[in-house]
Design a protein around this ligand. Structure first.
Ligand code: PLP
Length: 379
């Protein structure tokens, strides 16, 4: 199988799987238990927290484990609105956030919040000035993702956070960093964000574990789950120890060679751009600069993306038609770019990881060319 869908999820490297298996087999004690094995597990969980916090560049006590990136997004939005419930009931977000954010904002709208959705420019980039001009004195929260999961654009979150603090010091700032964490240079500590969401399965960790950074401006944050008081009383539920161990191992592996992986993926993306430009009718949708190196969206203009994905799948090549969350219809992100319908319905996403090779790209480019030559355009 040729796997080019790392933005949907990533393979789990052996050291990560081995770490998890060891915890499942040998270290099954509950970290809340009083006996020695439980206390040892408690210390282990805190060490794993330190590893993930170091990768995100924040203090470990600011980081709570969650069950996934979606949970982190939901929690951040609810906690920010709760904290600023006396400030106002207005939220600003880009219109190209992940559905985990957008669907939560719909909830908030049902709870009488007003949301201003800031559209991207035609190249998918987001203008910090436009975001800031949407902020009002009653804005409780601004939410802008770090890297767009369909296009790969890296958004100016540090600039937005800094200017927001200067002009509206009470407004809180959340960034969904699920696609940017350990993919582009980023520090939770210096970003100016009050909330940062990450997820393990995009960086070679297991599914079912993520984390939320809550900055020190958010004193006494609203807990997500009441109960046994785990995660400093913020998110109850017995810790998913094997998943946390896998998350920490994946973060350690990725952060150990971050600049090397960044350089290799950037080179691979440039190679893919050159190789794919040889395919007739292929149009590049992703930006060429200000982007993460692992995501490349293109359109085989005239050939419906679903058919392309199915045809490549039959040849053992995994790519996606936009985000894995919107299968079957052009996503809200692609729609927001204002592309002509023929292009819009042809958008496919290739995404890479440390295991991707030039041969994988060559095979994908050849399969796209075959699809172009052997199938009639339907759009
Ligand atoms: N945010 C972004 C930008 C994503 O790409 C994803 C997953 O694709 C999520 C949030 C949701 O993360 P999870 O699958 O861990 O719930």
């Amino acid at each position: 199988m040729i796997y080019l869908d790392y933005a949907a999820t990533s393979p789990v490297p052996e050291p990560v799987a081995d770490t998890m298996c060891r915890v499942l087999r040998e270290q099954y004690a509950n970290p809340s238990a009083q006996y020695q094995a439980g206390q040892a597990m408690r210390r282990q969980v805190e060490q794993w927290r330190e590893t993930v916090a170091a990768a995100l560049d924040c203090a470990p006590e600011r980081l709570s484990f969650t069950s996934c990136g979606t949970e982190g997004d939901v929690w951040a939005i609810r906690a920010a609105c709760w904290r600023n419930r006396r400030t106002g009931r207005h939220i600003v977000a880009t219109s190209v956030e992940h559905n985990a954010v957008l669907e939560t904002l719909k909830w908030m709208e049902r709870e009488q919040y007003a949301v201003t959705y800031v559209p991207p420019r035609a190249d998918g980039s987001v203008d910090a000035d436009t975001v800031l001009s949407a902020v009002r004195p009653d804005t409780a929260l601004v939410s802008v993702m770090l890297v767009n999961n369909e296009l790969g654009n890296r958004y100016p979150v540090e600039d937005i956070a800094r200017r927001l603090r200067e002009r509206f010091p009470d407004t809180l700032f959340h960034t969904d960093a699920v696609q940017g964490f350990l993919k582009v240079p980023f520090s939770a500590r210096t970003s100016g964000a009050d909330f940062v969401t990450v997820s393990a399965h995009k960086i070679g960790g297991p599914k079912g574990i993520g984390a939320l950074y809550i900055g020190e401006r958010v004193r006494d944050p609203r807990p997500l789950l009441p109960g046994g008081g785990q995660e400093r009383g913020l998110r109850s539920g017995t810790e998913a120890t094997a998943q946390i161990a896998g998350f920490a191992k994946a973060a350690e592996l990725r952060s150990g060679n971050l600049s090397g992986t960044f350089a290799r993926l950037s080179e691979l993306r440039a190679y893919a751009l050159a190789k794919l430009s040889e395919v007739p009718d292929l149009r590049v949708i992703s930006p060429r600069t200000e982007c993460a190196p692992h995501i490349l969206s293109v359109a085989l203009t005239g050939w419906p993306s679903q058919n392309v994905v199915t045809d490549l799948s039959a040849q053992g090549i995994c790519i996606s038609a936009g985000s894995a969350c919107h299968q079957g219809k052009p996503s809200h992100v692609v729609k927001a770019l204002g592309l002509p319908p023929r292009v819009r319905q042809s958008v496919i996403r290739l995404s890479f990881g440390p295991e991707t090779s030039r041969a994988d790209i060559d095979a994908c480019a050849a399969a796209l060319r075959r699809h172009h030559d052997e199938r009639l355009p339907m759009l």
